[in-house]
Design a protein around this ligand. Structure first.
Ligand code: ST9
Ligand code: FAD
Length: 659
């Protein structure tokens, strides 16, 4: 049962809902993963929607200061509820999701705690995690600097070991070494995991993590030698401005030696650097964790936007009534369908690939615990690539949904401008998408180069082992065409790089093609995982059929959009390309009667959607009208400034016209 719309008097979308050819309740389970997941999400969504502290309809009208204070208030209230109701970790994390306001807690739970868990020794975890779990300290993840973000090895902050005092001296030697961007740093955090170059016995050992206290636990003032603040307003109103992204400089700040995160390497009391027998890439482990959770978030953001656009498109009518008949629902226009339904299919595709990625991440983590590092590269390639492809597609899709809602989509009350503004930095944070795709491309090139040596690729690269077959065959319009396209693009790149004077130069020259090869590889993964999902036993009347349909839409739409790649690599013939497009049109017709029910299956409350256009009851026009009157500009009939600026102008014009 959906949440705060139960009491709606009229369901303007009732006819749409009645037309659906599948069991929506069963689809909710397929989307959420289990009956239990639906129930917990429902309970948490209700809890948030019914609590006035979590109100967010006025957010875009708040000043930055008020918005920040509102975020602090919501975070404190959420924590109070979590403690009072003894919520489980699963429930608490859903509660935070439905509160739906970026804030320091995201970085505290999402990066600070995982960094200590992943890079701290058992002893360090015992010391710091209980403090973090009880919010006795608030932490952030201070990696990026003013001068370097993507190039982590280029960071300049130093941590120099002083054997005299058994301390590290943390220092910002240049302006560009100032930490810049960390969320929660600007105003809230008391501590940070700071990434700095470790220097001991006069040698620079590169980037390592350190736990550094930044503010007093008594009065929140910065500790001696620490300069910090907020980096300023960001894109959009409301949106990510609730987050205090910060700047931080150190002037020879001393921390005890045991605040270096020492699971991967240690510095002894004498100042000797000791490398553990684990791969040094584990330093990047927190980023791998966050990237997989960003993929899960992509389907949430995309499904929100699509839910708004589908419901509104079913309500909105334009044209077609010249002879007095009813106007056409814009959802019936073929163009609206061909723009919107692929996004609906993508929301489902990203949801399922996100689940799979979560499984992969859990599997890798378990292997790491028994010192099996064999799937580390696979985890890096999949998290980096899927993060890049799903966030770029989602950001574009939210903007497309805004356009699909016409003029009203541009109003803050549609929820779409803020959703876009909050979401779009996902293309940059946790690794710029281009930089991440180039990481995937490097791994692809490595895999191609190993094919001749007989080394069989594994995991998501396994298809490359079918090189003989895929390089020659003409493909049916199925997964095989995606495999052939991805492999041939990668092999073409490898051949072109091979002709350059050296590997690095070749990689640099061919990087635009490499990006496309990486995208092709990742799209193959998304299609494959969607197909695997629909091959599972999925209960509920018509549910499997709908998912099969959406899977076909996602695959054929991707094919249509990238037809140039498929044709250029000879993976498909032009005739097959045309047939695929033909088929796509037919699939849209099958989605149409189910579209509203397919977005209902996301089970979002009106509070979470935060959109007058996406209301469950479809009662859009009165809501739009009422919302307008709430704007602060409408508090007075005659605007402030009339007497200073409008009246004199109007009087002056009167004089001129009399001349
Ligand atoms: C409407 C309201 C709605 C409200 C919604 C509310 C919710 C909102 C919540 C929002 C919360 C969002 C929080 C956002 C947090 C953002 C935090 C950040 O950005 S934090 C900052 C994030 N910053 C970034 O992401 C920085 C991006 N940059 C980087 O990650 C690295 O510098 C690099 C990967 C690009 C290069 O690395 P580098 O070492 O220089 O050089 P090489 O390339 O030579 O690689 C060497 C070897 O390592 C290997 N390898 C590499 N990575 C990994 C890995 N992860 N693992 C394993 N292996 C890895 C690689 O394959 C190679 O292997 P091999 O060939 O030798 O075998
Ligand atoms: C909202 C937000 C929140 C953030 N939160 C945090 C946080 O909590 N903690 C933290 O430490 N950091 C945080 N960051 C920083 C973020 O991780 C970095 O901004 C991100 O990793 C990108 O790095 P950059 O800014 O150095 O971009 P740059 O690398 O300078 O990118 C600029 C351009 O150069 C291109 N480029 C760069 N390198 C290459 C290359 N090798 N080949 C081709 N093109 C290239 C990029 O594609 C891009 O177009 C946050 C950023 C944002 C926007």
């Amino acid at each position: 049962m959906a949440v705060d719309h139960a009491a709606a008097e009229v369901d303007h979308l009732a006819a749409e809902r009645a037309a659906a050819r599948f069991d929506v309740e069963a689809m909710k389970i397929a989307w959420a993963g289990s009956r239990h997941a639906v129930d917990v999400a429902d309970r948490m969504a209700r809890l948030v929607a019914s609590d006035p502290v979590f109100r967010k309809d006025n957010r875009t009208m708040l000043s930055r200061k008020d918005l920040f204070k509102d975020t602090l208030r919501k975070a404190a209230h959420a924590w109070k509820r979590i403690v009072e109701l003894r919520l489980t970790e699963e429930e608490a994390s859903l509660l935070r999701q439905y509160v739906d306001q970026p804030g320091y807690v995201d970085l505290h739970w999402g990066m600070f705690v995982p960094a200590i868990k992943g890079q701290g020794t058992e002893e360090q975890q015992k010391k710091w995690l209980p403090l973090a779990y009880k919010f006795q300290i608030i932490g952030c993840y201070a990696q990026t600097e003013l001068g370097h973000g993507s190039n982590v090895q280029g960071l300049e902050t130093t941590a120099t070991f002083d054997p005299m005092t058994d301390e590290f001296v943390i220092h910002s030697p240049t302006l560009t070494s100032s930490k810049w961007w960390p969320g929660g740093l600007g105003k809230a955090s008391t501590h940070a995991v700071v990434y700095a170059r470790l220097i001991t016995e006069g040698k620079d050992y590169g980037i390592h993590g350190f736990i550094v206290q930044l503010r007093s636990l008594e009065d929140h003032s910065p500790l001696p030698g620490v300069t910090l603040g907020d980096i300023g307003g960001k894109f959009g109103s409301g949106a990510y401005n609730s987050m205090d992204n910060g700047v931080l400089r150190f002037d020879h700040v001393r921390i005890p030696r045991d605040q270096m995160l020492m699971r991967l390497s240690q510095v002894t009391r004498e100042g000797k650097y000791v490398q553990s027998d684990v791969p040094k890439q584990l330093l990047y482990g927190t980023m791998v964790y966050v990237r997989q959770s960003i993929v899960a978030d992509a389907s949430k953001a995309l499904s929100r936007a699509v839910c708004i656009a589908v419901r509104y498109s079913a309500i909105r009518k334009q044209f077609g009534s010249q002879d007095g008949g009813p106007e056409t629902q814009v959802l019936n226009y073929r163009t609206q369908q061909s723009r919107l339904f692929p996004l609906l299919a993508s929301a489902y595709a990203f949801r399922f690939v996100g689940d799979w990625l979560n499984w992969l991440y859990t599997d890798v983590t378990q292997k790491l615990e028994v010192k099996d590092y064999s799937t580390l590269q696979e985890a890096h390639a999949c998290t980096a690539g899927l993060k890049a492809v799903t966030t770029s597609a989602t950001a574009d899709a939210i903007e497309e949904c805004r356009k699909l809602c016409g003029g009203h989509g541009y109003l803050n009350s549609s929820g779409l401008p803020e959703l876009f503004a909050v979401y779009v930095p996902a293309c940059t944070y946790e690794g710029d998408n281009v930089v991440l795709l180039l990481q995937v491309a490097r791994i692809l090139m490595k895999t191609v180069s190993q094919l001749t040596s007989g080394k069989q690729p594994v995991g998501t690269m396994a298809y490359m082992g079918k090189v003989q077959h895929l390089m020659q065959s003409k493909c049916a319009v199925k997964t095989e065409a995606f495999e052939a396209r991805a492999l041939r693009m990668a092999v073409n790149c490898a051949q072109n790089i091979g002709q350059a004077s050296n590997q690095e130069e070749g990689f640099y020259e061919r990087s635009p093609d490499l990006l496309e090869a990486a995208v092709a590889h990742i799209q193959l993964i998304i299609v494959t995982k969607f197909i695997e999902k629909v091959h599972q036993d999925i209960p509920g009347h018509g549910v499997k059929e709908q998912l099969q349909n959406l899977c076909n839409v996602y695959a054929l739409y991707t094919l249509h959009k990238h037809l140039g790649d498929f044709l250029a690599t000879g993976s498909l013939t032009p005739k097959q390309g045309a047939l695929a497009n033909e088929q796509l049109g037919k699939l849209y017709a099958q989605v149409r009667p189910n579209a509203v029910a397919l977005v209902d299956a996301f089970n979002y409350t009106d509070h979470y959607l935060g959109s007058v256009l996406g209301r469950y009851d479809g009662n859009v026009y009165p809501a739009l009208y009422e919302e307008a009157w709430k704007d602060p500009l409408n508090e007075t009939v005659v605007p402030e400034g009339y007497h200073e600026y409008l009246r004199p102008l109007l009087k002056q014009q009167l004089k001129l016209s009399r001349l």
